[in-house]
Design a protein around this ligand. Structure first.
Ligand code: AOF
Ligand code: ZN
Length: 369
């Protein structure tokens, strides 16, 4: 049963969760506030993976201030864990500390928890409520929930275009339709991702580094890199091969190219499409490989061919579009998608954020429904 102050404190717990960084991943970002008689006794949020969870941080915070949490309520943005993972169960810590009530925003989709956290608390006589601000709590950990529920990462696809939807002129000229604001904002999204994916077309055309380039304090960790390169055409001199953790997904066997790319530090993923006879990578299979590598959020920056193929294969969850208020009239479109016969065949999206970043950049975030 919710009580009058529950919403207020759950909002506070969500704000605390937002202080957790990408270093928590693949563990979700969680916030916790412990309250008694309208007095805040302790606050915490999830630490770097392998370190303390939000509840333990809040209990430690209370203890370090000499606050007695017996009989208090813990507001937590995720069901307290019930298992011994990298850390001991939070449900147990809350029981031992003598909490009277736990209000959670959403259940933990991790099959190792999945309701057992609530059951443990209830069995110990603690009152449990959940569901408050559940949508917001899920949104904060979209990648974690997607991976736990499907085995695949949350896929965000970035594209920049003119207001009439072109990414390049008919003569191929494309730099820079959008400006510095879009590039900077794009790097912040890269920094929040576990991995970046691009295609061989982009590698050959632009020789991208595929890393996060922001002021040092904003780069806590470089995302892993994935290249979709069916025929293994990535040159060993490609800039993206510098730095750690490069994965190349291919659909054709080529022992010489495989060996030299391995020598250059790449990990090779042979994932031929079962129907495509070695010509194309099996995109859903690649997503499952990424999920197995505990990638919660994947950031895609690729050309129209790979971007369209990912959308057509239902591998994309969200579009991150940067639109420049200019008209090109003709040129290359954003996504190579099969031609439709009926308007009702159009892929529908829900825009969940649209913002003018500057005079020459509009940012649109939209999810596939
Ligand atoms: C919580 N509070 O703050 C978070 C939880 O390997 P471990 O011990 O770090 O456990 C990771 C799992 O714990 C993770 O997959 C998710 O189910 C849960 N995350 N649970 O009680 C937290 N971040
Ligand atoms: Zn925990």
């Amino acid at each position: 049963m919710t009580q009058s102050k529950d919403l207020y404190y759950m909002q506070m717990a969500l704000e605390l969760a937002s202080r957790a960084t990408i270093l928590t991943s693949p563990n979700p970002k969680v916030g916790c506030v412990i309250v008694k008689d309208d007095v805040i006794l302790g606050q915490g949020w999830t630490q770097e993976v392998g370190q303390a969870h939000a509840e333990v941080m809040a209990l430690r915070d209370a203890a370090s201030s000499g606050n007695d949490v017996r009989g208090a309520t813990a507001y937590v943005t995720l069901e307290p864990c019930s298992h011994y993972g990298r850390t001991p169960p939070c449900a147990n810590a809350l029981i031992v500390a003598g909490l009277a009530r736990v209000v959670a925003a959403v259940g933990d989709a991790n099959p190792q928890v999945a309701g057992r956290g609530f059951a443990m608390l209830e069995a110990a006589g603690i009152a449990v409520a959940h569901g408050l601000l559940a949508t917001e709590a899920r949104a904060m950990n979209r990648g974690f929930f997607k991976r736990m529920e499907t085995g695949k990462p949350w896929v965000r696809l970035k594209m920049a275009a003119s207001l009439d939807g072109y990414t390049a002129l008919p003569n191929g000229q494309s730099q820079w339709i959008t400006g510095a604001e879009a590039r900077l904002d794009g790097h912040h999204w890269r920094a929040k991702s576990d991995a970046i994916l691009t295609g061989i077309g982009t590698v050959l055309a632009d020789d991208p580094q595929m890393n996060v380039r922001l002021p040092e304090q904003d780069v806590l960790r470089q995302p892993r890199k994935f290249v979709l390169d069916s025929q293994l055409r990535t040159p060993v001199s490609a800039k993206l091969l510098r730095g750690a953790s490069v994965n190349i997904a291919h659909a054709k066997r080529n022992p010489d190219a495989e060996e030299s790319l391995r020598q250059a530090g790449a990990n090779l993923l042979y994932l031929p499409d079962q129907h495509g006879a070695e010509s194309q990578v099996d995109l859903p299979a690649l997503m499952l490989v990424m999920g197995a590598q505990q990638i919660n959020e994947l950031h895609v920056e690729a050309g129209a061919t790979l971007s369209g193929a990912l959308i057509a294969a239902a591998c994309v969850d969200e579009l991150l579009l940067y639109l420049a208020p200019k008209l090109l009239g003709s040129g290359a479109g954003m996504f190579a998608l099969p031609e439709l016969q009926q308007l009702n065949q159009a892929r529908e999206l829900t825009v969940h954020d649209a913002k003018q970043l500057s005079d020459n950049t509009i940012r649109v975030l939209a999810c596939f429904t």
